[in-house]
Design a protein around this ligand. Structure first.
Ligand SMILES: [Zn+2]
Length: 240
């Protein structure tokens, strides 16, 4: 079958020649796909507008020898404009697509696709605040990739309890016996917020004071950086 159809979210785009663009898509069923969109930079192309970062589209592709060719794109969620209009949302979405891109380096998954589309939709609707939405997305995306943090029992020995030391290299919260000397400590509220973000308990998360949110954001950023080795460039621009 040289032609196929799928739903996809646009992760990033690159210029190609005079008028074309290479579009990196995370698709629902075909994993990550790099494809060419022809003529999209020539005029105020509607086709091109549907293939901007953060957009979700129903796309039809033609299997090419090296890169596939996008022949049709119908918008399923025009989150792009709504997200780009708000700077905190824009920076949060930029970190999300970059993270999704890295986490699906070898292969995409339906779970990662659905999580990303849900988070972008939520951002475009300004449901929970950009910072909380991003932190929750990162914790869940990393968990799906096999790096689930622990914010309750000790991440190293499993001892049940209310621990306060956080060591991202060990997987989250650790007990006093496992914590290396000088480990950073978190407030009880910050630990509870991290758990809430991981499970999607928005009522709890949104009721948390900003100072606590900032503590949690620091942990999520450190945890994400640690697991994505090379680090996410866009994370540096997220306003704290
Ligand atoms: Zn322990």
């Amino acid at each position: 079958m040289p032609v196929y159809r799928d739903e996809a979210v646009v992760l990033r785009t690159h210029k190609l020649g005079e008028a074309d663009r290479i579009v990196t898509l995370l698709t629902r069923q075909h994993g990550k796909v790099r494809a060419v969109a022809k003529g999209v930079r020539r005029t105020a192309s509607k086709f091109g507008a549907r293939l901007e970062p953060f957009m979700v589209a129903d796309v039809q592709l033609y299997e090419g020898r090296s890169l596939d060719i996008i022949t049709q794109a119908e918008s399923l969620g025009s989150y792009g404009a709504l997200i780009t209009a708000d700077y905190p949302s824009y920076t949060a979405a930029s970190v999300m697509v970059e993270t999704a891109d890295k986490l699906t380096e070898s292969e995409g998954s339906l779970q990662q696709y659905l999580l990303l589309v849900g988070a972008l939709r939520s951002l475009s609707r300004r449901e929970h605040g950009a910072g909380l939405t991003l932190d929750s997305y990162l914790l869940r995306a990393l968990s799906m990739a096999g790096w689930a943090p622990s914010f309750q029992d000790c991440a190293r020995c499993g001892t049940v309890g209310d621990h306060s030391a956080v060591v991202v290299q060990l997987g989250g919260i650790v007990c006093d016996d496992c914590a290396p000397p000088g480990s950073p400590r978190l407030d009880v509220e910050a630990v509870a917020l991290l758990s809430a973000l991981l499970t999607g308990d928005w009522e709890h998360a949104k009721a948390t004071p900003e100072r606590t949110q900032a503590q949690a954001t620091g942990v999520v950023a450190a945890y994400t950086q640690f697991h994505l080795e090379r680090g996410l460039r866009s994370l540096e621009h997220v306003s704290k």
